[in-house]
Design a protein around this ligand. Structure first.
Ligand code: AMP
Ligand code: ZN
Length: 493
């Protein structure tokens, strides 16, 4: 199967032609959320971006196995393997079982992504469901000589790994060991680690640590990075196509994943590493830890102090699609208002196209050229802003055809409808909002048709006083009538 898709690989820092290891099958793994709080819009941006990527791969005809995990244990407050487990801490504060926390926020995560019209992944494994496999992988890494045990905890030995694999640690994130060493706090010899750059594969649980499992080394819990190495290789193989996440995960999370897999299996786990850029609010990254967040439901209900009105999930999705996934995106009321206007224009054009009467020939639009430009945009590392610019060229053409300034042949009309449906609904994942197809809209359309017919009757009777009166009354309501060869249409200004 040959497509012209090129994707940006964070590992080589350039765009590469997409050639899956076992085409037409594609293995794609995306790091999921740590389910200790509600997902914020920043998290959603990353998951919506990968939903777009998943949708486009499916559209091109690939058979994708999309795995997205749920982190329900092992993610400590601090990336240097210190602090409490995020889920245990929340459970302690709320005086509930950790699994109640996991359940509550996993449900929220699913509900929110469903509202954004994200497709579910094919497999959604959890860290706690794969403790046995994680213990096995740690044992493999110890057996290969790249990990050591101290007081019941097991750490990955970065220096030994680097000596064997030619200083690979840091190749994804561009970090250098010397700089990492210089950047670590002086632990006054308190750390059990041989080197501050080593990271935990297994931690012995302190007496107060609630989430704990038996292992050959201690009653404890796995390190955060391990679950993704284990679950990606279990479901996609030791070497698979795409691994994604937000760019903040490059280091240490993904860097450590590469090291673990390579230490255990002696091969690079991932062909294309893909990272999304951050959603910012007031110029700063949206983040659970700083509290600079907006929750999806606060946005959908309008119940927040940051935006002037409520916005629907599909408008927010469209807003996100207007930026490339590797560009930063700032969230603001103005940008959302503009996205809402754009979305309504696009949906309006789709309705107008349906109503257009086909002509003998198509004028003022080269369908084939337009189609190849749309695919070229998506093939260029999923460039949605460029795709959307092309979609609006089609919107302009549809408007011209509606106004009698252009025309479309029947076969082109059917082809344009099919392509627009594919790009707008299947690939961008937009939906017609309920309000669009609501009974109210149908009623208004019906009433307007009656008024337009009455005006036409009046004109045919040469009763221009009545037909002008109808037009003026509508104008007072900001409704403009447009007469063309095709008949009379109306528009709200
Ligand atoms: P977390 O639950 O914090 O591990 O985050 C889940 C996913 O959301 C990860 O892939 C993060 O990289 C991503 N993420 C976190 N904050 C943002 C943000 N402000 N913009 C985009 N993605 C983010
Ligand atoms: Zn992960």
């Amino acid at each position: 199967m040959d497509t012209n898709l090129h994707v940006y690989n964070s590992l080589s820092a350039k765009k590469e032609k997409f050639e899956p290891i076992k085409a037409p099958f594609v293995g794609m793994y995306v790091c999921g959320p740590t389910v200790y709080s509600y997902v914020h819009l920043g998290n959603c941006r990353t998951f919506i971006s990968f939903d777009l990527i998943y949708r486009y791969l499916l559209h091109l005809g690939y058979k994708v196995r999309y795995v997205r995990n749920i982190t329900d244990a092992g993610h400590l407050e601090n990336d240097a393997d210190e602090g409490e487990d995020k889920i245990s801490k929340k459970a302690r504060l709320e005086a509930v079982e950790p699994m109640e926390i996991v359940q509550k926020y996993t449900l929220d995560f699913h509900e929110v992504l469903d509202k954004f019209n994200n497709l579910p992944p094919n497999i959604e494994p959890t860290a706690t469901g794969h403790i046995v496999e994680q213990i096995d992988m740690i044992q493999d890494i110890i057996n290969e000589g790249f990990a050591y045990e101290v007081n019941g905890s097991v750490y990955f030995d970065v220096e030994t790994y680097n000596a064997k694999f030619g200083n690979e640690y840091g190749k994804l994130s561009g970090r250098k060991i010397d700089e990492l060493m210089a950047g670590t706090r002086d632990l006054d010899g308190q750390s059990e680690k041989r080197s501050p750059v080593d990271f935990a594969l297994w931690k012995k649980a302190s007496p107060t640590h609630i989430m704990r499992w038996n292992s050959p080394w201690s009653v404890g819990f796995p390190g955060w990075h391990l679950e993704c190495s284990v679950m990606s290789s279990k479901y996609l193989g030791d070497s698979f196509d795409i691994h994604g996440g937000g760019m903040d995960l490059k280091f240490p999370h993904h860097e450590c994943e590469i090291a673990q897999c390579k230490a255990a299996n002696h091969q690079d786990p991932v062909k294309y590493w893909m990272h999304t850029n951050m959603l910012t609010l007031n110029g700063a990254r949206m983040s659970k830890s700083t509290g600079n967040t907006l929750l999806p439901n606060e946005l959908f209900t309008g119940n927040n102090d940051k935006l002037e009105k409520a916005f629907s999930p599909i408008v927010v999705r469209f807003f996100m699609m207007q930026a490339h996934y590797r560009s930063p995106l700032d969230f603001s009321s103005d940008a959302l208002m503009a996205a809402e206007k754009g979305y309504l224009r696009l949906m309006g054009a789709l309705n107008d196209l349906e109503e257009l009467k086909p002509a003998e020939t198509t004028t003022a639009f080269d369908l084939e050229e337009w189609k190849s430009k749309c695919y070229a945009a998506m093939d260029d590392d999923f460039n949605t802003p460029i795709l959307i610019a092309h979609l609006f060229e089609a919107v302009k053409f549809i408007k011209a055809a509606k106004d009698g300034k252009a025309s479309i042949a029947a076969t082109d009309k059917a082809a344009l409808q099919e392509l627009l449906n594919a790009f707008v609904f299947d690939i961008l994942g937009l939906e017609k909002e309920e309000q669009q197809a609501s009974g109210d809209d149908e009623l208004v359309d019906g009433l307007m048709k009656t008024i337009i017919d009455l005006r036409l009757d009046a004109r045919q009777r040469k009763d221009y006083a009545t037909s002008d009166r109808i037009r003026d009354h509508l104008q007072n309501l900001n409704i403009v009538l447009k007469d063309s060869k095709e008949g009379t249409s109306w528009e709200k200004e």
